[in-house]
Write a protein that binds this ligand. Structure first.
Ligand code: BGC
Length: 720
C-alpha cells in the first residue's frame, strides 16, 4: 500500500477537537462529509460509480440537479469490462473513471462493484464483474490502479456477500468458511493487496448475524486483522443501524440518504458515547486516522497537495477508451451459418427490429445511472457501419412503457423506511396482464415489424433486458425475456429464419424458446456511450469479436446451483448451501450442461494452441506455448488456464478452477508465444480447521482452454 507519513497524520489528529473529528466521519450531505477549514482539511466529496461519474445531488434533498455539467463519459458496465478478459482495458476504464471523478472535483469514486455473481437473477449483476474470483480479482486490481492513478480513491464495494437485492438491508447471509475464503473474499483481498484500494464500502446485508457495516468479525477480525487493511471503510448509504455496534466496528465513515445528518450514528450518538465513557476516544481516532490516510494518499492533504492531479472530463481519449472496452466486451455467441460478418457489397437493405435497438440505457439502473454526454444506440451504430448504400429501416417490435423520472429518489426512501417484518414495497410484482389497448398496440408493433422484416435483405433483432430488470434494489423474478419479446421473436423467426439476434442485457436470459432457431447471436452487455458503434463494427466485420462470457448462462433457472443446492429469495435469512460450487464450478462438477459456459466466446477467426509446456519455478509454474490464428482476419484469443485435481483427496474441490488467463492479439495467419504463471496458492483449498490455505501434494492437471469447456491442451504436473 502507498506509504503514508504516519507522523504527519498523528500531528494532525492531535490538533483536531472531538466535534471536528466527528464532523469528518459522517455525511454532511448525501455525498460529502465536512472538512476542517482551520486545519486545511477539505470536505470529502464522493460520487457513484461504476459506469461514470453520477449527477450531483441536492444538499438536503435526495434529488439530482440535472445540470448540463453533470454530463460525462458513460463507460461500459463491469460485466462488459470483465468480458474483455483484458486487464489493460480494465485499467484504462478505471483510469477514465478516476480522471473524470477528479475532473468533477470528487475525491472518492464509489466503484468498482466486485461482488461475485452468485446467481443470474440479482438485479445488480450488471454492476459486477463475474462469477469467478480469479477474473474478479484481476479485473478489480487493474481497474482500481487505473482509478487511483488520477489521485482519487476507489471505494471497492460491497464487502461482502451482497449477492442479491431482494430485502438487501435486512437479509442475513450464512456462508461457510470454505465459500468465503475461496469464492467471496479473494477478489476483495486482491483489490486491497494488489489494487491497493485506498477505500472500501461495507455492504448493506447482514453476514452471519450482523450488518456488514457493523460487523466486527468481518471488519475488525478479517479485514483489519487478517488482511492488515489500513485504508478507509465507508458504510453503504444507510447501511448503519445500531449506534454502539457501528462505533465499535472498524467502519470509518458513515454515509446515508437521510438528511438528519447530526443524528447519524457517527455524529451525536457517538459524541455521547465518548463523553459518557461508553466508547474510548481512541475508537474515534482510529476512524479519523484511516480517513486521513486515504486523504493523504490522494493528496487532499500532506506535502504533495499542490501536485494533486486535476483530472479531465469528456475528452476524446476517454470516449476512445470506452469504445475499446465495448469492442472487446461484446460476445459473439453463435455464428452457425457464418452469417456474420455482414458483407456490405451483398446487402442493399437492413431491417433493425426491437425496442432495445434505439434506447439509451445510461440513465437507469439505480446508483450506477449516468447522465451521459451521449450514448450511441445499436441502431445508430448499425446505420453508421452500413453506410449510405444500404438502406436501414427500423421497427420497434415490442412495446415498453416509457420510463418515469426520478424513480430512484422515491425508491431509496421506501427502502430505508420499510419495516423488515412487513411486506417489501420495492419487491417487483409480475407484469400486469395486457389490457385491450395494450394488446392492440402490441399487435400493431408486431405487424409493422413483420412488414419491415419481409422487405429487407438482412434482419437484425435487438432485444434483451433494460434497466427495469437490471437494476439496483430489485432482483428479477425469472430468466424470461420481458415484455412480449418471446412472442415477437417467435413470429419474426417464422418469416425470417435467418434473423440475426442481438441481446442487450447485464445478466443471463432464458432463450430456450428460440435457441434452435437462433443461428446468429450476439450478446451486448451494457456497453457504454460507444457501445452502439461497437455493435455496428462487429456486425459488419470492422472489428473481430473477442469478448468471452464472465458468467455462465444456464439453460433454465431449474439448472442453476441456487435452484438445486442453494437458497434464493428467502425472506430474512439466506444460506449459501451450494458453498463453493458457484458458477461454472457447479456446472462442471455436477455435470450440468449450461446454455453458454463460462469463458465462452466466438471470433471470426480460428485459433490453435501448440507446444504447451509447464516449467516448475521456486514459487509454482511457468506455463508457455504458442497460439496461432489459423483462419480469418486479425483477431484476439483469450487463453484460460484451469487447474484441476481429478484424483484429489479433497472431495469439496470443484472439478476445475480458473487460475490464470491472457489475451493474445494475432494478425491474420500470425502466431505468438504466450506465458502465464501459476503460484503455489493456485493449487490450494481453504482448510477450515487450520483456517489457512493448504496444498495437497500430488498430481494436478493444467487445462488450457478457449473456454471452460473448450480445453485445447492438458498437462499433468507434480505439486510438492
Ligand atoms: C448503493 C451503493 C452506492 C450508494 C451511493 C447505495 O444504495 O448500494 O452502491 O454507492 O448507494 O449512491
Amino acid at each position: 500500500m502507498k506509504p503514508v507519513d504516519e507522523k504527519y497524520i498523528e500531528d494532525l489528529l492531535k490538533e483536531l477537537t472531538l466535534d471536528e473529528k466527528l464532523s469528518m466521519i459522517h455525511g454532511a450531505s448525501f455525498f460529502h462529509t465536512a472538512g476542517v477549514e482551520r486545519l486545511n482539511i477539505p470536505p470529502l466529496y464522493t460520487s457513484d460509480g461504476p459506469c461514470g461519474v453520477r449527477r450531483d445531488f441536492g444538499e438536503k434533498e435526495f434529488v439530482p440537479y440535472n445540470y448540463s455539467t453533470d454530463r460525462v463519459s458513460y463507460l461500459p458496465s463491469n460485466t462488459c469490462i470483465a468480458e474483455t478478459f483484458n486487464k489493460q482495458l480494465a485499467y484504462e476504464a478505471g483510469r477514465v473513471l478516476g480522471e473524470e471523478a477528479r475532473g468533477r472535483g470528487k475525491d472518492v469514486i464509489l466503484a468498482p462493484g466486485i461482488n461475485i455473481k452468485r446467481g443470474p437473477l440479482c438485479g445488480r449483476n450488471f454492476e459486477y464483474f463475474t462469477e469467478d474470483p480469479c477474473l474478479d480479482g484481476e479485473m478489480a486490481a487493474a481497474a482500481i490502479r487505473g482509478m487511483q492513478s488520477a489521485d482519487v480513491s476507489c471505494c471497492v464495494k460491497h464487502f461482502a456477500c451482497n449477492a442479491q437485492e431482494y430485502n438487501r438491508q435486512w437479509m442475513d447471509t450464512e456462508v461457510d468458511d470454505r465459500a468465503l475464503y475461496e469464492i467471496y473474499f479473494p477478489a476483495f483481498k486482491k483489490a486491497i493487496e494488489e489494487g491497493e484500494a485506498y477505500s472500501l464500502m461495507a455492504a448493506y446485508n447482514k453476514l452471519r448475524g450482523a450488518h456488514c457495516c457493523e460487523n466486527r468479525w468481518l471488519l475488525n477480525d478479517v479485514l483489519r486483522g487478517e488482511w492488515n487493511y489500513d485504508g478507509c471503510v465507508i458504510s453503504d448509504w444507510g447501511g448503519i443501524h445500531k449506534d454502539y455496534e457501528a462505533a465499535m466496528a472498524a467502519c470509518d465513515v458513515e454515509m446515508s440518504i437521510a438528511c438528519d445528518f447530526d443524528q447519524y450514528s457517527y455524529a451525536e450518538p457517538l459524541k455521547k458515547f465518548v463523553e459518557d465513557g461508553t466508547v474510548d476516544i481512541s475508537v474515534v481516532d482510529s476512524k479519523v486516522r484511516n480517513l486521513l490516510r486515504m486523504m493523504y494518499r490522494i493528496k487532499m492533504i500532506g506535502p504533495d497537495k499542490e501536485n494533486r492531479k486535476m483530472g479531465s472530463v469528456n475528452t476524446r481519449e476517454h470516449q476512445e477508451a470506452a469504445l475499446s472496452v465495448a469492442r472487446e466486451g461484446i460476445v459473439l455467441l453463435k455464428n452457425e451459418e457464418q452469417k456474420l460478418p455482414l458483407n456490405r457489397k451483398e446487402i442493399r437493405s437492413v431491417a433493425v427490429i426491437g425496442h432495445n435497438a434505439d434506447i439509451q440505457h445510461s440513465l437507469g439502473g439505480g446508483s450506477a445511472e449516468i447522465a451521459a454526454l451521449y450514448e450511441l444506440t445499436p441502431l445508430q451504430g448499425i446505420m453508421m457501419a452500413a453506410g449510405g448504400n444500404i438502406r436501414v429501416s427500423f421497427a420497434e417490435g415490442y412495446y415498453v412503457k416509457p420510463k418515469e423520472d426520478g424513480r430512484l429518489g422515491s425508491f431509496k426512501k421506501a427502502m430505508l423506511d420499510q419495516d423488515p417484518t412487513e411486506h417489501h414495497p420495492w419487491r417487483r410484482s409480475p407484469e400486469a396482464p395486457a389490457d385491450a389497448e395494450l394488446a392492440a398496440l402490441r399487435s400493431k408493433l408486431l405487424d409493422e415489424a413483420i412488414e419491415v422484416a419481409q422487405k429487407a435483405d438482412v434482419v437484425i433483432y435487438v432485444g434483451g433486458l433494460d434497466h427495469d430488470q437490471d437494476v439496483e434494489g430489485l432482483d428479477r423474478l425469472d430468466l424470461k425475456l420481458p415484455y412480449d419479446q418471446q412472442h415477437v421473436i417467435d413470429e419474426l423467426y417464422k418469416v425470417r429464419p435467418d434473423m440475426v439476434m442481438v441481446l442487450c442485457a447485464g445478466s443471463p436470459v432464458d432463450i430456450s424458446s428460440f435457441e434452435e432457431k437462433a443461428h446468429t447471436l450476439l450478446y451486448v452487455p451494457y456497453s457504454g456511450m460507444e457501445g452502439g458503434r461497437a455493435v455496428g463494427e462487429i456486425l459488419f466485420g470492422d472489428v473481430n469479436p473477442s469478448g468471452h462470457m464472465a458468467e455462465t448462462w444456464p439453460k433454465k433457472w431449474e439448472d442453476t446451483p441456487l435452484a438445486t443446492l442453494g437458497e434464493w429469495d428467502i425472506a430474512r435469512k439466506v444460506t449459501y448451501k451450494e458453498s463453493n460450487l458457484v458458477g461454472y464450478r457447479y456446472y462442471d462438477t455436477k455435470n450440468v450442461e449450461p446454455r453458454f459456459c463460462f469463458g465462452y466466446g466466438l471470433s471470426y477467426s480460428d485459433f490453435t494452441v501448440e507446444s504447451m509446456k509447464a516449467v516448475a519455478t521456486p514459487d509454482g509454474f511457468e506455463v508457455t506455448g504458442m497460439v496461432r490464428n489459423v483462419k480469418g482476419p486479425d483477431g484476439a484469443v483469450v487463453l484460460q488456464l484451469y487447474v484441476s485435481d481429478p484424483h484429489g483427496a479433497d472431495k469439496k474441490k470443484p472439478v476445475q478452477e480458473l487460475r490464470a488467463f491472457t489475451k493474445v492479439f494475432l494478425p491474420a495467419a500470425g502466431a505468438d508465444a504466450f506465458k502465464m504463471t501459476l503460484k503455489k496458492e493456485d493449487f490450494s483449498y481453504f482448510d477450515v480447521e487450520s483456517h489457512s490455505y493448504k496444498v495437497i501434494p500430488g498430481e494436478y492437471e493444467l487445462r488450457l482452454g478457449l473456454s471452460s469447456r473448450d480445453i485445447r491442451s492438458v498437462l499433468t504436473v507434480m505439486v510438492q
